[in-house]
Design a protein around this ligand. Sequence first.
Ligand SMILES: [Mn+2]
Length: 458
Amino acid sequence: MDFYELARRCATHVREHRDEEFRIVSHMDADGISSCALVSTALDRLGIEHDYTCIKLNEMNRVEPADNMVFCDLGSGQQDQIAELFPDSSVTIIDHHQFEDSLFDHHFNPFLAGVDGGSEISGSGMSYFFARALDESNTDLAPLAIVGAVGDMQALWGRLKGMNREIVADGISRGVLSADPDLLLYGRFTRPIYKSIQFFSDPPIPGISGSESNAIALLSSIGISVREDQWRTPSDLTLDEKQRLGTEIIRRIVSELPPEFARLAPNLVFGETYTFINEERYSPLRDASEFSTCLNAAGRHDCPDIGVEVAKGNRSIYYEKLMSLVRRHRQQLAKGIGLIESRGISRLSHLQYFDGTGISDTLVGTVAGLVLGSKECDPFTPLIGYTPTNDHMLKVSLRCSKLLVGRELNMGRILHDVSQRYDGAGGGHAFACGAFIPHEHITPFLEDVSHAVGATAE
Ligand SMILES: [Mn+2]
């Protein structure tokens, strides 16, 4: 089935019901929040009355039915449940996840059109194409689709691909975004350049990652000043300075990298960055990746609606609230890291892990990612953190270097397979994934994961 035709069908369906009430149901992560904001804005512009709710995947049974329901960034894999819970609603599904059978007539999913929803288009990308089918002039919403794609890690090797490229092109010609060859440093508009280098950790820069003074020394050794009137951010660097800095970072990384990784390392240093031109000069919302982190923080702290409102362009009070959630997020992560530093990291032959009891199950994965970049860890061995959930299971979160993915390691698949053996469930991305398993199985579970990693390394 043609991709655009699928979008048109859903759009026509929604237009036909425009005088009725609508409810948007979306996922609680950055992609889901962006999706929700996109669809909600498109409905607003048509004068369609609606409300919205962003949920966790296991919360579908808490959603109240409405005459018309639009599910985004979820639903394709929950069609049986949706049919059962909302028998009297007219249902539209806009999603990018894999599914078995399509039960609904108004189902917009890339896999129906032979497009890979894992790497080429996100939930918010699908929502964008739906919004564009509703009204061609909705191309000004392209930045939200890019936020979701980046949040769903679709720029894994430094650059968006597939259908995402069409959105980038739309955004550029509409004058709302720019896509530029750049250094892949986090905090392009908000951090002093030396901080961005200090926190660069995949792969680590020998002697530099984790050390503020060495990061400053690196910059001065290649003649880049860290301060003018105020601290310079990565975005303040000239193209020539960026090239010099990137080349030096790669040189240092490669000097201590196992040779099989050396070929891939430049793709984690140089890539493409996405700038939202209409956002203020030093706002975190100006960069796709930081915007997505802000929305993520809103979701993880149970305030997805604040993220949706900011993404819809409602700034002032919502922006202030979002920034305070981001600050709370950072504080809790720092507390989590401190906890793990005092507790220490344990090791198996091909896995490292920590007991994250005391860290919330929505944050343990992010903490694992940050701890993996610290001196306590081997950067090229996957790291697991686990913590109890409210329903008496253990949440297991795993992070590993993207360079391992380049060597054909898919941790999402490994966690999926191993968790099934222990009455659990899991999956996710190749380098960032998780599982839920019963407490009593944690020790053999970790041993099996370690064993599975060892098996792929041989
Ligand atoms: Mn998604």
